[in-house]
Design a binder for this molecule. Structure first.
Ligand SMILES: *Cc1c(COP(=O)(O)O)cnc(C)c1O
Length: 410
């Protein structure tokens, strides 16, 4: 069986973890700091804060923003549930927007979702392909949009507009306007979860890129404290003897990353240009192998100044129903290939249905979903395996559509 997304664990990764275990310090300390600095260097934004997941990082940022009951945060309907759940945990209401043909949030539909209660927007770089930050930036800077903004916290007053908080869970390694993801939003959060391009088993990295008059250096310090219960001294500095007295300055969270976890990501990031290059090779092999078939709709990879991180390969099959897509997946699985679906649109999940979201309001998200099959894409895949996956997809498509036309013919 070809797995869908196994973690990349090299000897260097193991050595780095063992080094942490042998160092006498396993939780937040020098390795987390090093990982933050390496990610900062990689994306070329000075302040990066590591946390224990994308989800907890997003909740914290929305709490820092001062979200209150009734406040709205715009998100795509087509995303992983965490995007919406973070908003709800922070006390806000998610307002969902439909997708475009590239899977990403349709930025032309954002303006009509904005109300005086809108405090933030969380666009998603689906599959690692950057969303349309230019159009989004223009919408957020429109006079009509700025005029109706009603700040209700110090941070909101200081910002004076809707916060652009990018869900960059997939897009570490992607570029927009020729620069790394992390520059185009006020705050961008990468996920370092086990299935993502770079992992710390569980983890997230918050890129702090607030405009003036915010000081991103100061913000890094205060947000870091907020990840540690708003305690004025972290355990690492207290461990150094004679440095025991501390204070608790506010209601923080406990969402810091541990050094043993950081070690995994640190070793992977050092090899990322090689690993990312291999992802792109595989992406291109899929494009070459599949684009000759008129039933295969390839995902976007590149356009002017924009490049995907190749996190997923979300293939779409032209003209199939949800049932047919499910049958094709069953066939591919029988041939020994694990595939997946990204994502079930949020309004189709019980919890969100219960909150009165209706999939009929998001027709493009639904259309993208019914025909979507995510193929395995990770650096350890051999060319032979990629070829076998392409053959399995083609054979499954033919088998399913033929047997279906037989059924239809009676
Ligand atoms: C994985 C993922 C998340 C959540 O990341 P965690 O680190 O597991 O909290 C959020 N948004 C998207 C789009 C994701 O794919």
């Amino acid at each position: 069986m070809i797995p869908f997304s196994p973690p990349y664990i090299s000897e260097k990764v193991i050595d780095e973890v063992v080094d942490s275990l042998n160092s006498g310090w396993i939780t937040t300390g020098p390795k987390v700091r090093l990982l933050e600095q390496e990610i900062a260097k990689y994306v070329d934004v000075p302040n990066v804060l590591c946390v224990n997941s994308w989800t907890s990082g997003a909740i914290m940022i929305l709490r820092w923003l001062g979200l209150k009951e009734g406040d709205e945060v715009i998100i795509p309907a087509y995303t992983y549930s965490a995007t919406a759940l973070a908003v709800i945990h922070a006390g806000g209401t998610p307002v969902m927007v439909d997708s475009g043909v590239d899977f990403n949030m349709d930025m032309n539909k954002v303006e009509q979702a904005i109300t005086p209660r809108t405090k933030a927007i969380i666009p998603v770089d689906f599959a690692g392909y950057p969303c349309d930050y230019d159009t989004l930036g223009k919408v957020l800077a429109k006079k009509e949009v700025l005029d109706i903004f009603q700040p209700s916290s110090e941070v909101q007053k200081k910002l004076g507009r809707i916060l652009n908080l990018s869900d960059a869970a997939h897009s570490l390694g992607g570029t927009y306007d020729g620069v790394a993801i992390g520059h185009k939003a006020d705050i961008s959060i990468f996920s370092l979860h086990a299935v993502k391009n770079i992992t710390t088993a569980e983890g997230g990295a918050i890129v702090i890129n607030m405009p003036a008059p915010f000081s991103n250096d100061e913000l890094y310090k205060s947000l870091r404290m907020m990840t540690l219960n708003c305690q004025t001294k972290d355990a690492f500095s207290k461990s150094k003897g004679g440095n025991w007295r501390y204070d608790i300055t506010g209601l923080g969270m406990k969402i810091n990353m541990a050094d043993v976890n950081a070690a995994i990501g640190l070793a992977q990031l050092r090899d990322y240009s090689k690993l990312l290059g291999r992802r792109k090779e595989i992406f291109n092999m899929y494009l070459e192998g599949l684009q000759k078939f008129d039933w295969a709709i390839a995902p976007p990879m590149k356009s002017e100044g924009i490049e995907s991180s190749g996190h997923l390969f979300p293939l779409r099959i032209k003209g199939v129903t949800e049932d047919q897509r499910d049958q094709i997946i069953d066939e591919i699985t029988k041939m020994g290939v694990s595939v997946n679906v990204h994502f079930i649109p949020l309004p189709m999940l019980s919890y969100f249905k219960g909150l009165q979201y209706d999939i009929n309001d998001y027709p493009m998200a639904y259309r993208n979903y019914v025909s979507e099959i995510s193929l395995p894409i990770y650096p350890q895949l051999s060319n032979k395996e990629v070829e076998f996956i392409i053959e399995s997809v083609c054979a499954s498509y033919v088998n399913c559509t033929q047997s279906l036309s037989k059924i239809a013919a009676g």
